[in-house]
Design a protein around this ligand. Structure first.
Ligand code: NAP
Length: 299
């Protein structure tokens, strides 16, 4: 069994990005710039934004935090989105989710110019991904594709079970895997990503266990700690755990620990490859945002 070390692969990609941005700047052009919109003071969101700002700084991408109070109206936020769309100094921007309940997330995401949508969440980018056209792919599916590729794990001809059908992970992941090898991910040379036979599962799926037992690769993004257990995984499968849930634990220093969706201790011994939580998909997601920003800059 091999543990897929997302932390290590992400650090290699950061090195590549740092070199590329340095050569851009050395040639006299400005560095890429990312805008990060955050509304309110959700502690988890604040942490994610701080991590993204740090990751940008590490590779030489300029990043600007654009913070608004909870009291901002949907109309006012839409105005700011329009300003960012028109700002030629910003190559791409993201809106940190979740937004406060009085703001319609879909209305905000849909207002982003898809060429600046480095989270890959606009209907245009998702539609273009479905059609196999060049697009900016949501960071987590992009990161998982990169991780599989860099470990030489081809998905061609394999049966991949994706558990979860969110717009941010499950759906775009399934789309990338069922496509002919995908145009928008030019760095993926080590192994074929795409050409898989994909089954998408969700909370209403009957007999998840039987479906998972037929999988060569299982990608689980449900947000249910311990959902995937050893009896659901066949010998030699590859398991990608996307889940990150804060589980309250008075004995841990922070009062909680982070749990994936996989019962790692029992599942890992059966696997050919498996990702840990933390240190698997999470670091790949952050570095994919940087790759997407550079992609938007080049476009
Ligand atoms: P989401 O929008 O809540 O979607 C969860 C999906 O899982 C839904 O489609 C849901 O089905 C399905 N599901 C829930 N319980 C299930 C069950 N018992 N059996 C089968 N399917 C089930 O979540 P998300 O945004 O995709 O995120 C999923 C997890 O990944 C979360 O823990 C999140 O924190 C994590 N995440 C991690 C990263 C990273 O970088 N590592 C990035 C993004 C998300 P229904 O559609 O029927 O409700």
């Amino acid at each position: 069994m091999t543990i897929l070390d997302g932390k290590h692969i992400a650090s290699l990609i950061r090195e590549e990005l740092r070199a590329e941005v340095a050569s851009i700047v050395a040639s006299g052009r400005r560095a890429p710039k990312l805008g990060i919109v955050i509304v309110g003071h959700n502690p988890a969101s604040e942490t994610y934004v701080a991590n993204k700002l740090k990751a940008c700084a590490e590779v030489g991408i300029n990043a600007e935090k654009i913070a608004f109070e909870d009291s901002i109206s949907e109309a006012q936020l839409l105005q700011h989105i329009a300003t960012l769309n028109a700002d030629t100094a910003i190559d791409g921007f993201i809106v940190q989710l979740p937004l406060p309940a009085h703001i319609n997330e879909q209305a905000i995401l849909s207002a982003i110019d898809y060429r600046k949508d480095v989270d890959g969440l606009t209907p245009e980018n998702i539609g273009r991904t479905v059609q196999g056209l060049p697009s900016i792919v949501s960071a987590t599916p992009r990161g998982i594709s990169e991780l599989l590729s860099r470990y030489g794990i081809s998905t061609e001809g394999k049966h991949v079970v994706v558990i979860g059908r969110s717009n941010i992970v499950g759906k775009p992941m399934a789309m990338l895997l069922m496509q002919r090898p995908y145009l928008s991910l030019p760095n993926l040379s080590a192994a074929t990503i795409g050409n898989a036979t994909v089954t998408i599962c969700h909370s209403k799926t009957r007999d998840l266990k039987s479906i998972c037992l037929t999988a060569d690769i299982i990608i689980v993004a449900a947000g249910c700690p311990g959902l995937l257990t050893a009896d659901m995984v066949r010998e030699g499968a590859t398991v990608i755990d996307v889940g990150i849930t804060r589980v309250e634990d008075p004995n841990s220093p922070k009062g909680y620990y982070l749990s994936g969706d996989v019962d790692f201790a029992s599942v890992a011994p059966k696997c050919a490859f498996i990702t840990p939580v933390p240190g698997g998909v999470g670091p790949m997601t952050i570095v994919s945002l940087l790759q997407n920003t550079l992609q938007a800059y080049k476009q």
